[in-house]
Structure formats: C-alpha cells, structure tokens
Design a binder for this molecule. Sequence first.
Ligand SMILES: Cc1cc2nc3c(=O)[nH]c(=O)nc-3n(C[C@H](O)[C@H](O)[C@H](O)COP(=O)(O)OP(=O)(O)OC[C@H]3O[C@@H](n4cnc5c(N)ncnc54)[C@H](O)[C@@H]3O)c2cc1C
Length: 458
Amino acid sequence: MANPAPFDLVILGGGSGGYACALRAAELGMSVALIERDKVGGTCLHRGCIPTKALLHAAELADNAREGASFGVRTTLEGIDMPGVNAYKDRVVTKLYKGLQGLIKSRKITYVEGEGRLVSPTAVSVGDTTYEGRHVVLATGSYARSLPGLEIDHERVITSDDVLTMDTIPASAVILGAGAIGVEFASVWRSFGAEVTLVEALPHLLPLEEESSSKLLERAFRKRGIAYQLGARFEGVKVTDSGVVVTLEGGETLEAELLLVAIGRGPVSKDLGYEQAGVEVDRGYVRTDRYCKTSVDTIYALGDLIPTPQLAHVGFGEGILVAEHIAGRNPVPIDYDGVPRITYSEPEVSAVGLTSAEATKRGYDVVTMTYDLAGNGKSQILGTAGAVTLVAAKDGPVLGVHMVGSRVGELIAEAQLITNWEALPSEVAALIHPHPTMSEAVGEAHLALAGKPLHAHG
Ligand SMILES: Cc1cc2nc3c(=O)[nH]c(=O)nc-3n(C[C@H](O)[C@H](O)[C@H](O)COP(=O)(O)OP(=O)(O)OC[C@H]3O[C@@H](n4cnc5c(N)ncnc54)[C@H](O)[C@@H]3O)c2cc1C
C-alpha cells in the first residue's frame, strides 16, 4: 500500500489513553491515525475495568441470593452458571466496543489494524506502510507482570487475562498480590464459592491505601472467609496433577487448584523502536514532562506506559491533555493526587487525595476523623460495615478522603470535589446531605471534623 498523506497526529495503541487522545484531537480538528494491533478499547474494555466489574456485579447478585433470608426474602443460591456469567460479561463488553467503534468512525479517525513500530520521531510503520505525523503519541499500555523464575503457564499459573476467559470457578485459589486486581478477584471468587488465599509481601491488603481502610477490608474479608497472608514473600510454585503448591519464604506451603499472579503491570515498550528514536525510557517506562511530552519534541506518551497511576481514567485525562497541548490550548497539567481510586471488591474501598502517612511526609500537621458507617442509616439498611476517614491539615483544608463499605465507589466523586477544591471541613459541614443515603456519611464525617458531630458516638 502507498503511504498515506501525513497526519497531524499518529497514535500507537488504541486503549483508554490512545483512543481518548484520538477522540479529543479529532474534535479539535486534527487529522488522526489510530493504530491498534488487537481491539480498540484496550485492556480496560476487553481485559480490565469493564469485564471485571461485570463479574463483580454477578458476584453481588450471588451474595444477595445467598443472604436473602436475613432480609426476610426467601432466596437460595442454586449455583453459578459460569458460561452464563461470561455471556453477560461479554454482552456488556461487546455493546461498549461497538459504541466505541462507532465513535471512532464518526469522528473521522483513520483506524489502522496492525502491529505498529516507531521508525522516526514523526513516523510509525505497520507492515510496509508508514504513517507520518506532525506528532506521534505512544500509548502501548501494559501487560501482567510476573516474578523472575515464576512461569505463567496459563492453566495452573495464570494472570487476570486468563481468568476472564475461564468457564469454570476454581474450588480453591492462591492469589499473589493484594493490590486492586488481586483483591477484586478474591472477592469475586469467594462470592462464587471458592476458597481463596491472598499472599501479599507488604504488611496490608491494598498496602498503598490509608492503613485504617486496609484494616477494615481485612476485617471484612476475614468475615467473608477470604484468607490472607501479609508480609509473606513468595518463594516458589510447583505445579502438580491436581493444582499448585505455593511455597512462601520460611517454608510454609499453600495448596490450591491454581495460582493467580497479580503482582502488578509492566509497560509495553520493548522492541518498539522507542529508544532508537531518542525517547528516554527508564525500566521500560517512557519518561515525560507534565504535559506527557517525551524527550523528543514531536513525541508524547501516556497511560500505563508512563509512570503515572495505572488507571483508565488517568489514561482518558492524559489523552485529552496531550491532544489539547498539541493543539496549543494551554491545558492545565494533571494533579495526580486529585485522581480518585477505587477497588470494587465487597466491600469497596475508595480514596482520593493524600493518606495520613503521605500528608505527614509532606510536612502537614495532620488531623484525621473517622466516621463509622454504623451511624449511617442507609448502610444499616444495606447491611454494610465500614467507615469514612478524613485526612486534613490542622485548621486547614481536607487533604484526603478514604472510604470502605458497599457502594462507596459511588461516593468518591463528591470527595474528589472536596479535596481538589481544598474545601475546609466547616464548608462541607454546611452542606446538607440527603437522608437516608450513604453520602450522608461523607457529610457526617465533615460535621464531626468541624466539631459538631451528629450521629457519631464517642
Ligand atoms: C484486571 C484489570 C482490572 C482493571 N480495572 C480497572 C478499573 O476498574 N478502573 C480503572 O481505572 N482501571 C482499571 N484497570 C487498569 C486499566 O485497564 C488501564 O489503566 C488502562 O487500560 C490503561 O490504558 P492504556 O491506554 O494506557 O493501555 P491499554 O489499555 O493497555 O492499551 C494499549 C493498547 O495498545 C495496543 N498496542 C500495544 N502495542 C502495540 C503495537 N506495537 N501496535 C499496535 N497496538 C499496540 C494494545 O493492543 C492495547 O490495545 C484494570 C486493569 C486490569 C488488568
């Protein structure tokens, strides 16, 4: 094929970051080529956010059926039809995939299917064709990492990609890594009836979150019968006829049907021509400035490929930022502290802003306030336990909001406004929250921090 006329923008990778950049750039009048070797939508749509949240919703229905009697509703859980669950999950993904393909088409983006490679500061090749761009955006995302010597065989030793194609539920599983992905799969599998053990090298589940949130999650998981080993280092795994035997440092062994490796994700940057084109790469991650511009003036990079939080909405934000920067719109760089993060397990864990440890490290005189969901009417109606914890500067603004409980993911958007607008506890306390909602817990936490607690003990 003859090489097409040069584009304003050539984007390599059509995941959350790449396609968001393409959509915004097209909106701003740029001609865009979007190159994708698999399916537009990337990890989030096909192997991440969306399919896992569909599984978690099915898991919630299973829990509700199992627990109906405690609400006076006679339900029993007859079982989980895993092919049926997958069919539901796939329907959701397919619908969104079609919608996204329609969006790409309607914005007149040139969509190129194939494996791309950066061949100069202004060009990406796909097979024999070269796509020239005034600017190039690298958005090749991430892959599930493993440990040296820990071989993924995709049958007994698996990654999250493998789980999403499984038509069965394991009777038992060991999950290596208690970050968001490990914790979410532990939650799903337990709801579906599996015996699960999480193994985490650091001292807590979700070790990067506020310690009190981790402890509440640990308590909830203990009640749910989800086992965990904290501060436990993985030493090795042996695959047997019936499953796996996982050995921890110190010699303890755990037997299970399979081992899910969820220790994090690494950047996809190898052998793609990045360094040859002059792009600075550090341990696989592309280095950028606050506008996601790399060491080469014409090349930007974003999403999981750069060392910013590996979240789909961060990719969206960076995609928009890059398109606007290239268009000369003078966008404001992203404040990553202000980005909310949610683990969608049962119970959910959500957070925005600084943890108390981080705030202290940055020199704030920190005050915290925890409001227990025991005092929140809606939480009692739902039968959930947890808390809202505020981290604030003494006599100053709210720096972080940390929550645990069913559905607290939906509450984080308000918390995001509070921390990003640097609201004072007294300002939030003056806002009347609707009763009975879980959002009241956010209001009550601020009432308590402002010195006028309402439904709070002690
Ligand atoms: C199990 C799981 C659950 C998750 N849940 C959430 C969640 O609930 N919320 C959240 O915010 N985030 C979640 N994430 C993270 C989220 O999926 C990622 O942060 C997001 O997808 C990153 O977007 P990206 O565009 O940087 O990369 P990706 O989505 O990985 O996209 C990169 C794209 O580039 C393509 N590509 C790579 N190399 C080439 C090449 N040489 N040529 C052409 N194409 C190429 C790939 O095929 C891929 O489509 C989850 C991730 C996982 C694995």
